[in-house]
Write a protein that binds this ligand. Structure first.
Ligand code: GDP
Ligand code: CA
Length: 329
């Protein structure tokens, strides 16, 4: 069983815990002995350089979560983190002050930056970092594939204190709390980017393709917009099933409710399902999972209503099961 998952940060990472546990469990029951595999195509549009360090928030969230190093309360960054380097930088008056660089976390960014500076592509750097974290399950092999080795950054055109500005997505989200109304998201570098190594092959060899309940605009959106990824996904012989990040007309966490209106999509499970659209016409979905209390009419897509709140490991495994059931038809 080869499962490809498109994922952003926190929502994607939590969902992946369920997918990995489910595949481990299936492998333990199975007599066929094949090794299940999860290949995660991770958004890199949130990546930024802070104090000279290259930071990949979504890759790190997925890596720390699957590697059991995440701060589970925050949902991002390292457990048992301290912030002395950040305080020292602030004492020097070194901007930006708003980005949360923890002391433990800094080690990851130092290694990444050093390897990138030495000429290694992000995909190889990511593989090297993941070795420490042992992302595989008891049976399931897990591989993180950055959406592209080229630098792509999500910027936000918005109005801040009366002036029209273009800021990095992280600045809009963290420093400005996603408050400035968005005129437009711009994915800088996207047009010249290529899918990361192995991504087109993964989509073509997949038995199931899942869209995690990640932000449709700034997590799944950039992945699909890397030239070639959307076409590879549409051509996959596997069924493609997505899970709604919108429950009861609201985000579970994060800022998707501020992002969706900017691209003209209603903040509803149906709105996001229609935004992705049916693979039968020019969209990407065969199946769409919405929360049990939601309804969605997405013509050309098989919609199922199931609990979609990742409140416990069991609930998350059940979501992964529902998604794979829908893939298997
Ligand atoms: P980010 O990069 O850290 O913002 O994380 P993602 O893009 O992967 O995920 C953010 C999305 O996950 C948000 O739109 C949330 O609504 C969604 N999300 C978080 N927890 C849950 C949950 O328990 N259930 C569902 N259905 N969505 C969730
Ligand atoms: Ca993110």
């Amino acid at each position: 069983m080869r499962v490809v998952v498109l994922a952003g940060g926190v929502g994607g990472a939590r969902f992946l815990l369920g997918v990995r546990a489910l595949l481990d469990d299936e492998a333990a029951r199975s007599t066929s002995g094949g090794q299940p595999q999860i290949q995660v195509i991770v958004n890199t549009g949130d990546d930024l350089t802070v104090h000279g360090l290259r930071v990949c928030p979504d890759l790190d969230t997925v890596m720390y979560t699957l590697g059991d190093g995440i701060d589970t309360d925050r949902g991002w960054g390292r457990r048992s983190e301290s912030w002395q380097a950040k305080e020292e930088l602030a004492a020097y008056g070194a901007e930006p002050f708003w980005f949360g660089l923890g002391d433990r976390d800094i080690a990851t960014h130092l290694i990444r930056t050093r390897m990138l500076d030495a000429g290694y592509p992000l995909s190889e750097v990511t593989a090297a970092l993941c070795e420490r974290w042992h992302l595989d399950g008891s049976a399931t092999q897990v591989q993180l594939l950055p959406m592209s080795d080229q630098r792509v950054e999500t910027h936000v055109v918005c109005e801040i204190e009366g002036a029209r500005r273009v800021v990095h997505f992280q600045e809009w989200w963290i420093a400005h709390h996603a408050q400035p109304p968005v005129e437009e998201f711009v994915f800088v570098g996207l047009d010249d980017s290529l899918p990361g190594p192995g991504i087109v092959e993964a989509l073509s060899a997949a038995d199931a393709v899942l869209l995690a309940p990640s932000n449709p605009v700034v997590s799944i959106g950039p992945i699909l917009a890397v030239p070639g990824v959307r076409a590879a996904l549409r051509e996959s012989s596997a069924r493609v099933v997505g899970l709604s990040p919108i429950v009861d007309g609201a985000v579970v966490r994060g800022m998707a409710d501020k992002c969706l209106p900017a691209v003209g999509v209603p903040v509803t499970a149906q709105g996001v399902g229609r935004h992705y659209g049916p693979r039968k016409s020019d969209g990407i979905l065969d199946g769409w999972l919405v929360h049990e209390s939601d309804t969605a009419d997405v013509p050309g897509v098989e919609v199922r209503m199931v609990p979609l709140l990742m409140r416990s490991p069991e609930a998350t495994i059940a979501m992964a099961q529902a998604a794979l059931d829908l893939c298997r038809g």
